[in-house]
Ligand binder design. Structure first.
Ligand SMILES: O=C(O)CCC(=O)C(=O)O
Ligand SMILES: [Fe+2]
Length: 251
């Protein structure tokens, strides 16, 4: 997969429009974000990212068909494997909460398609401790991520940034805010960021399990009571995403 990943980044940028879908942000919010771009410059992320949206690795005629030929086979195998790890984790998490094993898969719309961000981080050549990816929480269901051996990913733990050191052959899994909402905070979405390495490039690929737009995001009824009121209002996934970005941009 890494070979296909590097070949993808080496394509002329104008070829990317065939498959790179740009930020996973609702269009009107993205418009506002672009208007704010000047003001946001100080928050610029130092990296290159290609995004694939709504990719069902079981469906050869879907999103994967818009990708270059050399990328299709390794990518479908790769995403199928990562997604299936995600599905197994969802099952184990459901069971740990005392609900049926298929609960989290079902309430997020039985979605077999994923989103993916392929990140390429340049070295921090001017020594300004550039932020490759600003602090954020993943909003969706689960993220299953593969990183190379450079390092730079950090999570916030008890007010301290802790390195997520790369282990060969390991995966990094993040709980998304959709799961935080559905489990009413039992599983928490963690703030994370990426610092650029002073001398080396860094590569990572995120595979995001995503709810379908009409999935109803609401807490598991047994997890809500007087001491534990619902943390988020019930909404569809589409509205949840909209509210999330609107709040982040404060408009
Ligand atoms: O590059 C990484 O390790 C993190 C990527 C990430 O947080 C994301 O794609 O949401
Ligand atoms: Fe993330």
């Amino acid at each position: 997969m890494w070979e296909a990943y590097h070949a993808l980044f080496q394509l002329p940028v104008e070829n990317r429009t065939n498959f790179d879908c740009g930020p996973f942000i609702p269009p009107d919010i993205l418009k506002k974000l672009n208007e704010k771009r000047e003001e946001m410059k100080k928050y610029a992320d130092y990296r290159d990212t290609i995004r694939l949206q709504n990719l069902n690795p079981d469906d050869e005629s879907g999103t994967i068909a818009s990708c270059p030929q050399f990328f299709r086979r390794p990518a479908s195998n790769f995403y199928k494997a990562l997604r299936n790890v995600g599905f197994e984790l969802l099952e184990a998490m459901s069971e740990s909460l005392g609900v049926r094993g298929d609960y989290l898969y079902n309430v997020t719309g039985e979605n077999n398609a994923i989103n993916s961000s392929l990140h390429f981080y340049s070295p921090d050549i001017d020594g300004n401790k550039n932020m490759g990816l600003n602090p954020h929480k993943d909003i969706l269901t689960l993220t299953v991520l593969v990183q190379d051996d450079t390092g730079g990913l950090q999570v916030l733990k008890e007010d301290r940034w802790v390195d997520v050191k790369p282990f060969p052959g390991s995966l990094v899994v993040n709980v998304g805010e959709a799961i935080q909402a559905i489990t009413n905070g039992k599983y928490k979405s963690v703030l994370h960021r990426v610092l650029n390495n002073p001398t080396k490039t860094r590569s990572s690929i995120s595979c995001f399990l995503i709810p379908t737009p009409d999935s109803k995001i609401e807490p598991i009824p047994d997890l809500v009571n007087e001491e534990n009121p619902a943390l988020y209002p019930t909404s569809t996934w589409k509205t949840f995403v909209y509210n999330h970005y609107a709040l982040a941009l404060k408009f």
